[in-house]
Design a protein. Structure first.
Length: 95
């Protein structure tokens, strides 16, 4: 999986949720995650063809081992925020 933070001119805020398919807490949080995504897109990405100001990614932590290692994910669900223009080198995480 390639995230847009790898692009040199990337200008969006990125929030990633790492989940595990059989994780009870991940399943319980699913509806909240979907609501956060919908409300944020509605608030921040108003113009149809404009670049997104905020992007969300849902990553299966079991399948995406390299990303899990890259962001030091040890438990699920875990969240990583990437600042615009940092190419993923300035990540803020929360487990």
């Amino acid at each position: 999986m390639v995230l847009p933070d790898d692009a040199p001119n990337h200008s969006s805020h990125i929030l990633i949720e790492f989940f595990m398919p059989n994780c009870r807490f991940c399943k319980e949080f699913k509806d909240d995650w979907n609501l956060i995504v919908q409300e944020s897109y509605a608030q921040h990405n108003v113009e149809e063809n404009a670049p997104k100001k905020v992007e969300f990614f849902l990553v299966n932590g079991i399948k995406e081992i390299e990303l899990r290692r890259r962001y030091k994910i040890n438990g699920f669900p875990s969240f990583v925020y990437l600042r615009p223009g940092t190419r993923g080198k300035e990540a803020v995480g929360y487990e």
